[in-house]
Write a protein that binds this ligand. Structure first.
Ligand code: 4AD
Ligand code: MG
Length: 443
């Protein structure tokens, strides 16, 4: 390191967030950030500086800064990190309403040949450079929306008296389906599986606490490369004692509207960066349409689909059903064989179970899967046997029906699907910072 005065000067100290420049108009402040863009007109350099909270143009004029600062400014490149002292000015033409007149500028970290340049890059290249791609305007906007969604989720449940219960990631019983398990050796106890869901454990917690939820990463070895599937995704799952399937759908409707409202309230700027059609989100109002699986099959067949009663609905069918609907739509009471073993048999029609999928508009597909749980010991045991699941792994789960069984329901909302839909980004890989895809484990 050189020992000249400029580089030994401290480059930290109280700094102001770019997103809060409005509180500092007319004052000289210190900013820290990264260079997003540069434009020069001889004696003046225009630097777009970003710090995660916002972006601002810093005007560096040769005649108004010391010679070190001017020299530093001349050598700036994309994404180098800098410290700037400057005067905050209102500027009606600036996107943020403010601009900074640079007084002093120090380089903190150079950035020679930043790999992502302002031009088109292929998706493969961007994913390989996900750690750097995250700094782009669009990715920052998505991460900020995701953060808002997560906060809305937690607020929703806490405001309604739910207790957070963290469920294990290493599990001994299959939660959803045997086909998509990540397996690992667990000491001398044989295989353990990465959790596909926290639900079974939450049901035990609901018998202790009444209204509970878990929110964490879940894992599915999906051997499909669709835009709707990740190998690791976040799911929020409430579980509610004394709630039936009807009440479960009402809860989901209120929940999804709450989340969308909060993003509309607090993340308008980000949605604008993403060029999201706000009206599509404003149309997300209760009540959502509710159609039974049987009605859905009839509707699909009328519209040319060859689906047979009994088959699960795939992405194509979901997209068809969502078409022409501006709000999400519930499909309820699926055939037993299309769904997981724990769902409650419909008293009206034992071929079906008391469950629902919530299908988002605009082709985003299922964002929620929920159900009332089978609370009858014998029927649950029969289902476990029918599915060929190892009975001994479920003895504790059956205990919940042996000791004070109770009607209860819950659901799981996929965070990335929800964020992708709200942001209007087509592929789930952009809705999480470091997506785990079938063909990618790095970075
Ligand atoms: O419908 P699923 O499989 O439901 C459950 O896991 C239940 N145990 C939840 C419950 O009742 N507590 O998954 C729930 C949601 C889906 O609707 C979808 O949004 C998301 O999780 N999801 C995925 N998201 C990304 N990648 C995948 N591979 C996903 N699989 C499911
Ligand atoms: Mg599902």
């Amino acid at each position: 390191m050189s020992s000249d005065r400029s580089s030994s000067e401290p480059t930290v100290g109280v700094s102001v967030a770019i997103g809060e420049l409005n509180l500092h108009a007319g004052r000289t402040v210190r900013l820290h950030g990264w260079v997003r863009n540069l434009r020069s007109s001889g004696k003046i350099l225009f630097v777009i500086l970003r710090d995660g909270t916002g972006e601002v143009q810093v005007v560096v004029a040769r005649d108004e800064v010391d010679s070190d600062s001017w020299e530093t400014a001349q050598a700036l490149t994309y994404e180098c990190s800098v410290m700037v002292d400057g005067l905050v000015r209102e500027e009606a033409r600036a996107p943020s309403g403010y601009e900074v007149t640079g007084r002093r500028l120090r380089l903190v970290g150079p950035s020679p040949d930043f790999p992502i340049q302002p031009k088109e890059h292929g998706t493969d290249f961007l994913l390989q450079n996900r750690h750097l791609w995250l700094r782009s305007r669009r990715q920052i906007a998505i991460m900020r929306v995701r953060d808002e969604v997560v906060r809305a989720i937690r607020d929703f449940f806490h405001e309604r008296g739910y207790i957070l219960v963290d469920t294990p990631i290493l599990t001994g019983a299959i939660g959803e389906s045997a086909g998509t398990l990540f397996e690992t050796e667990y000491f001398d106890l044989g295989p353990a599986y990465l959790a596909q869901t926290g639900q079974l454990y939450l049901e035990a917690a609901a018998a202790a606490l009444g209204k509970v939820y878990c929110f964490g990463p879940t894992f599915r070895a999906e051997k499909s490369k669709t835009r709707r599937h990740l190998a690791e995704f976040w799911m929020v799952e409430p579980e509610v004692a004394w709630l039936d399937s009807e009440g479960n759908m009402a809860l989901q409707e209120e929940f999804v509207c709450f989340i969308v409202d909060r993003v509309l309230e607090n993340r308008r700027g980000e949605l604008a960066v993403l060029e999201r059609d706000i009206e599509r989100l404003e149309a997300v109002r209760p009540p959502f349409d509710r159609i039974s699986y049987t009605e859905a099959v009839e509707e699909l067949r009328r519209r040319g689909s060859e689906i047979e009663w009994g088959a699960d609905l795939g992405a194509e069918e979901e997209t068809l059903i969502a078409e022409g609907r501006s709000a999400p739509v519930f499909i309820y009471d699926y055939p037993r064989e299309a769904k997981a073993f724990y769902m409650k048999e419909s008293p009206e029609d034992p071929r079906t179970v008391k469950c629902d999928d919530l299908i988002a508009p605009e082709g985003y597909g299922e964002i929620i899967g929920g159900s009332q749980r089978e609370d009858d010991y014998d029927r649950l045991l029969t289902r476990i046997r029918e599915e060929g699941l190892p009975e001994e792994a479920y003895d504790w789960y059956l205990d919940l029906r042996r000791y004070g069984t109770f009607p209860h329901s819950g659901f799981g909302l996929g965070l990335e699907r929800t964020v992708a839909w709200i942001c209007g980004v087509p592929h789930l890989r952009e809705a999480i910072a470091f997506p785990r895809l079938m063909t990618r484990l790095k970075p």
